[in-house]
Design a protein around this ligand. Sequence first.
Ligand SMILES: [Zn+2]
Ligand SMILES: [Zn+2]
Length: 237
Amino acid sequence: MKIESLASSSSGNCYVIDDGHNKLLLEGGIPYKELVSKLNKLHLKITDFVGCVVSHSHNDHAKAMKDISRFILVYASVETLEQKYVKGHTLKSARRIDIGSYQVISFNTEHDCPGSLGFIIRSYKTGESLLFLTDTKYIKFNLRNFKFNYVMIECNYIDSILDEQEINFALKKRLLNSHMSLTTCVKTLKSFDLSECKEIYLIHLSDHRSDEQLMKKTIASEFGIVTKVCKKHGGYI
Ligand SMILES: [Zn+2]
Ligand SMILES: [Zn+2]
């Protein structure tokens, strides 16, 4: 499975998944024009995708959702579809659905936005599976029975940076209650079966409360798995 990041941060998220048979868009959180131009650079167009899966209605994940839905089917929870006035296919927690050559299982995440979902995406073509987990302070489900070949997981902030910063109480409370810290990211990854994991992608880093090198080093040395940190405007380090 090939994974491309077009954007990854609190200002915009969009990823391309390709199993060599079908291409799937994950999140539509950048302006539609920007999406088209980024796809162009990869010699892709929106109609090349079998669908677009969106985790929740916050703009950094769903900004272009309505425009995308004019060309391909958008998949999201009923809350997300209603919030963005988009006609699409409804995803329900703990249900599976086929999208082209992929099977997608959705599950509820812990975020300050109703209808937020995470996804387990398996390719029928390659037999590989991918976990996509973002905008969640932790995960309440035990996913140990799955073997993930790829993990895309939020690593939003470093606890000590958050502690040192003089930020207002409301913002601090919001971060703690809705986003994943490096510590929780390590703990969450430890709860998975990563025996066949090839790559870990750290996504949705905070601009001011993260450290991409430290995060990459921490995860790579803890798990001994190739770790890529998705950059704000696309690509990874
Ligand atoms: Zn977000
Ligand atoms: Zn969000």
